[in-house]
Design a protein around this ligand. Sequence first.
Ligand SMILES: [Zn+2]
Length: 279
Amino acid sequence: MDNKLRFGPAGMPLALKGKRLAEGVMYTSEIGLSAFEVEFVRGVRIRKDDAIEAGKIAKEKDIILSCHGPYFINCCSPEKEKQATSKRNLLEALRAADLLGAKIVVFHPGFYQGQSPEIARDNAFKLLSDVIETMKKEKINAVLGCETTGKPSQYGGLDENLEMCKNFPKHIKPVIDFGHISSRENGKIKTIKDYEEIFKKIKDILGKEALEGLHCHFSEQEFTEKGEKRHVPLGTNNHPPFKLLAELIKKNHYHFTIICESPFLEEDALKMLNIVKEI
Ligand SMILES: [Zn+2]
């Protein structure tokens, strides 16, 4: 169990673009951050020695690593081929996470594609059961993290994700993207109470341990009736309001890991850290 509030960039810090992963992890520590999400969003590509080197630096510098699986994973798909690709990519991301010593592989559950939420769920549960069987066989240490999605066309509302975690308690943990939760429902998060409801729901369904070390994504977002439109720099539109989340985190001594997905990765992660410190 991790007893620290952590902030970090979603991928290579902008200042280190093109450098080796280990250098990115080192830089993250040097500027005062303590988390780093390795992005496999366009495919799981990493050399074994690069992963091991980055993992070693992360351990030395107390940086918590996580991974983000490919965007094209769709666990809800009824198509056999898509299912096979999704399984293979989840497992590749998990194996890479183990090489890195990363705790969690974040993934977007999938798309409804005209199916009912129940059918989409049944497809996803079946696929994830298969993935978990292999995780057990291969003794994989990393867990899967189902991320709350930003569009109503995507499977992965908070309730759906918590149901998924409850069904696979050892292998799937919730990943809370506050911007997504809000964008998915027309700018739902406006007050501190809106944040409190999210944490209450997690606690009620998964128990209060689920809040310890909770993995989160944060960025301000623009949205339309179709949900998330794009991620914008902190301080652009205050949607959702970071300061209110920071107040709640401080008040409840939450030890979350918060990955910054704004276009100004490490810069805005530091801004968030400072907002919490100043409260
Ligand atoms: Zn994501």
